[in-house]
Design a protein around this ligand. Structure first.
Ligand code: HDE
Length: 703
């Protein structure tokens, strides 16, 4: 288990008291009685009935019968990790939160990533929002930043949340489809609630299919409030900016991964941490003085709106590093309980009606999910700050409260625990008055302007992906009037978008061009994101006779760049290299599909390539990598495999006799004839850093 900090932080030291290890132990009952036989129940004679008095049998079965707890009503599927957060420099000007004011403090955290709609056992790579929930174990108590990887939400008022979730979850009559938004009820909801349109643009974009949890942004979504020691408030939007940049999977790839490796994102998180490639994110803040509250053409309290980064820059204020996998999924990742109301002094709420509803919901949901009010005592949830109050009893009470008085005020326990004092939480003093009404503010009325902003900000290939996503999703909707209704809304976002979607789903394209705007926000596009070869996986396809020289040269350079290189052959073990040595095989091809790698290298070696050419799995491996726009590299005879896989529309080394025999790099396909040198390796690393080559023409690839 990776734990570079050892037990070096307060949270890990606290958890250590609860860890139970099997080494050198004997099997006992829950009462500590050593068991002599756990395979045969106590019975009357060898063929007779089982006896009630078999306390071990009864305890074992009963405990098993009660192993399950309700899964989360949303965000059921998740993966978690521990880490730490450090602020770069004091933010005391804005907040009194100690962990944001003292750069010498390393605050332990637990983060849980999740999908929203699917059950606990559903696939990771479905089109969905990703949860990004962070629990900071600060010395002033727990702060939970319960965010998503998209900066807006489907609805403006939390009272609609049950309706939205009922619509997106599997349909009630047949519980179909699992973890999919491509079905009638969701799109019926969307069509009747146009406030969803901005979020639907994000959901139909590549943001909904992240390559890795380490390659997606996080957002607090709502406008929160920072409060400094003088009581001055500043509006704030929280962001997480991944050090590896924002990168996504190809849609076809996600669907295949859902079958071939449903744990793809979870496994990637686990493996990255075990390999020492710790996911890192910078905390970003958009800070808005209170006097600027009404400066925007939208309402800061409306969670369907972003504050464009070009209008209010994101200030990077600290670094989050995830460096320790949990010991036990259930104990930690399943039982972790987030709550938006867990704030520390210096952080407060706003009147965003979605946030207000969440402030109620999260505590309520933990009570049913974790079986009573003492879930805060479960090890993963316990603050590292001291807890003292008069809360008593309840299911699973772990504390033994001493003393006579469990009430405030008391004199019998010396008035303790005492109230107030320095560092006590005080709520921001906001003046509020008004009539009791059920009415949405007029300032929340524009449902299309920022959907258009998002669309305008996309590159051509990103727009192409969005159109395909709408066509796929609406193409699965049976009710044609629902399809048509959504297209009408899309026409309010962008006419071209609406026409293209309509043409793909058998709906009459809208004729009327609605007036929109042409503003964009470059920060919304994934083009130009930072890239890295770190934590990328490269497959090397080999057979008997492969050229080990190329593998060595490329392998060393890629490993140096932080990538994971795996050698794949038809069978486990090793293959003979062209020079008579042996090449160790990391995995057998049937267990290592193309979709689980970021790039592929085919070394030379005439015999080896002849074997690969005759093997459908190997040809398919390359064709699929090409279709999914991944870097592909081949040397000498290996280039023949690319030709067989119909890597079309790119220039290959030595393809026409007039071209030189050196390195040819075209759209992420890197080939060379002759010995592998630094140029070949550099081109491959550069292609990896660019992540995918989305502009490739792939429609003719049959993979
Ligand atoms: Fe949640 N949400 N949510 N949500 N949410 C839950 O709490 C809810 C919303 C988010 O890894 C539940 O413990 C309401 C926005 C994450 O454990 C529940 C509303 C955002 C997680 C709940 C929202 C989120 C949850 C289910 C509308 C992004 C997973 C289990 C008013 C800012 C946390 C649980 C984890 C989980 C309610 C909207 C993020 C039922 C009522 C907006 C990341 O309490």
């Amino acid at each position: 288990m990776t734990d570079p900090g050892g037990l070096g932080d307060d949270k890990q030291r606290q958890l250590e008291h609860h860890r139970v290890r099997p080494d050198g132990t004997r099997l006992t009952t829950d009462q500590g009685i050593v068991v002599d036989d756990t395979d045969n129940s106590l019975s009357v004679g060898e063929r007779g009935p089982t006896l009630m008095e078999d306390f071990h049998f009864r305890e074992k079965i009963t405990h098993f019968d009660h192993e399950r707890i309700p899964e989360r009503v949303v965000h059921a599927r998740g993966a978690g990790a521990y880490g730490h957060f450090e602020v770069y420099e004091s933010l005391a000007e804005y907040t009194s939160a100690e962990f944001l004011c003292d750069p010498s403090i390393s605050t332990p955290v637990f983060v849980r990533f999740s999908t929203v709609a699917g059950s606990r056992g559903s696939a990771d790579t479905v089109r969905d929002v990703r949860g990004f929930a962070t629990k900071f174990f600060t010395r002033q108590g727990n702060f939970d930043l319960v965010g998503n990887n998209m900066p807006v939400f489907f609805i403006q008022d939390g009272i609609k949340f049950p309706d939205f979730v009922h619509a997106v979850k599997p349909e009630p009559h047949n519980e179909i489809p699992q973890a999919q938004s491509a079905h009638d009820t969701l799109w019926d909801f969307v069509r009747l609630q146009p406030e969803t349109m901005h979020m639907m643009m994000w959901l139909m974009s590549d943001r909904a299919v992240p390559r890795s949890y380490a390659m997606m942004e996080g957002f607090g979504v709502h406008t929160f409030r920072l409060v400094n020691a003088e009581g001055r408030g500043t509006f704030v939007k929280f962001h997480w900016k991944p050090k590896l940049g924002v990168h996504s999977l190809a849609w076809d790839e996600t669907q295949k991964l859902a079958g071939k490796d449903p744990d793809f994102n979870r496994r990637d998180l686990w493996d990255s941490i075990e390999n020492g490639d710790f996911p890192q994110y910078e905390l970003g803040l958009q800070l808005i003085p209170e006097e600027d509250e009404h400066r925007f053409d939208f309402d800061l309290l409306d969670p369907t709106k972003i504050v464009p980064e070009e209008e209010v820059p994101v200030r990077r204020v600290g670094l989050l590093t995830l460096d320790r996998n949990p010991d036990n999924f259930f104990a930690e990742t399943e039982q972790v309980a987030f709550h938006t109301a867990n704030v520390v002094p210096g952080i407060d709420f706003t009147n965003d009606p979605l946030l207000q509803a969440r402030l109620f919901s999260y505590l309520d949901t933990q009570l049913i999910r974790l079986g009573g009010p003492n879930f805060t005592q479960i090890p993963v949830n316990r603050p590292v700050a001291d807890v003292h109050n008069h809360h008593r009893d309840g299911y699973h009470q772990m504390a033994i409260h001493q003393g006579q008085a469990s009430y405030h005020k008391n004199s019998l326990s010396g008035g303790c625990p005492a109230v107030g004092g320095s560092g006590a939480y005080t709520h921001y003093q906001e003046r509020v008055d008004g009539n009791k009404i059920r009415k949405r503010s007029e300032s929340f009325a524009d449902h299309y302007g920022q959907a258009t902003l998002f669309w305008n900000s996309m590159s051509d290939w990103e727009k192409g992906h969005i159109v395909s996503a709408f066509r796929f999703e609406l193409g699965k909707v049976v009710a044609m009037d629902v399809r048509a209704g959504v297209v009408e809304h899309l026409n309010q976002v962008d006419h071209e978008l609406a026409v293209k979607v309509a043409e793909g789903i058998g709906v009459e394209p809208p004729e009327a061009r609605v007036t929109t705007h042409d503003r964009g926000s470059p920060a919304l596009s994934q083009v130009g994101q930072p890239g890295s070869a770190k934590a990328r996986k490269i497959a090397v396809l080999v057979a008997d006779g492969s050229d080990s020289g190329a593998i060595g040269a490329v392998g060393d350079a890629l490993t140096e760049a932080g990538a994971q290189v795996e050698v794949l052959a038809a069978k486990d073990g090793s293959v003979l290299s062209a020079n008579g040595g042996r090449i160790e095989v990391t995995r057998a091809l049937p267990t290592a599909p193309s979709v689980t790698y970021d790039a592929v290298l085919v070394p030379g070696g005439a015999d080896a390539v002849a074997t690969l050419l005759a093997d459908g799995d190997s040809v398919h491996f390359v064709a699929e990598a090409f279709k999914h726009c991944k870097p592909i590299a081949a040397v000498d005879d290996g280039i023949a495999l690319l030709e067989r896989a119909r890597v079309a529309g790119v220039r290959l080394a030595g393809e026409d006799t007039s071209s030189d025999q050196g390195v040819v790099s075209d759209q992420g396909v890197i080939t060379c004839r002759g010995p592998v040198g630094a140029t070949f390796v550099d081109e491959l690393v550069n292609a990896l850093v660019l992540h995918r080559h989305w502009t490739r023409e792939i429609s003719a690839v049959p993979a």
